[in-house]
Design a protein around this ligand. Structure first.
Ligand SMILES: [Zn+2]
Length: 208
């Protein structure tokens, strides 16, 4: 019995875990005050985007408030889909699925792809990931097993090297997707991570 109690205590007081829990605990406490003071009232809306717009962008923290502020978007205006780099990795990935849901289920008619300057996903490489993963205890055996399952880790964790080209590629995947209605407007941009200035990416003709 004593032994069992000891093991429970050890699990609870692992220092790393308590560090991670601290910020979330703070957020949970804040949330209770937010709800009880009706802080949500200015944000009340429904699930349909008032501007019939979807924005695919990067998860970068510089854009958390800057992106909607610079685009003049308020709560309820647009479906905002975010991932590392603000891109479509493959025609049937999660971001593409979200855009199709936005179009067919939520009435979206226009899509903006918004990459940004100094993006962390630019020049990302698997060799760097591999170094960090090894330092955190991921073994070569695990990496080999994943590869043997058909996952190409090198390209999955590889970043893009030209932001404009990455935007063009993502816009092209969306526009030419077999399930995307032809009348949907898709345009690509790069937003300045400091000033919020949008620069439109000119699409090139795709030569087949
Ligand atoms: Zn980014």
């Amino acid at each position: 019995m004593e032994k069992a109690q000891h093991s429970i205590e050890r699990r609870i007081f692992v220092p790393q875990k308590s560090i991670f829990a601290t910020m979330i605990d703070e957020i949970v406490t804040y949330n209770k005050a937010f709800v009880s003071s009706k802080g949500y009232e200015p944000f009340v809306t429904d699930k349909y985007p008032d501007k019939r717009l979807a924005v695919l962008s990067c998860m970068d923290t510089r854009l958390t408030e800057l992106l909607p502020a610079a685009l003049g978007l308020k709560n309820g205006d647009a479906k905002i889909i975010k991932n590392a780099g603000g891109l479509i990795m493959s025609p049937f990935d999660s971001a593409m699925r979200s855009l199709l849901v936005a179009v067919y289920e939520l009435g979206v008619e226009e899509i903006m792809v918004v990459a940004h300057t100094q993006c962390g996903a630019c020049h990302m490489s698997f060799s760097h990931f591999r170094h960090e993963m090894t330092a955190r205890g991921i073994t070569d055996e695990t990496l080999d097993t994943i590869r043997q399952c058909g996952i190409d880790l090198d390209s999955w964790l590889e970043g893009f090297h030209d932001t404009e080209e990455s935007v063009r590629n993502t816009v092209h995947i969306i526009q030419s997707h077999p399930l995307m209605p032809k009348e949907i407007i898709v345009r690509g941009f790069i937003i300045d991570s400091t000033t919020g200035e949008l620069q439109e990416v000119v699409m090139k003709k795709i030569i087949r």
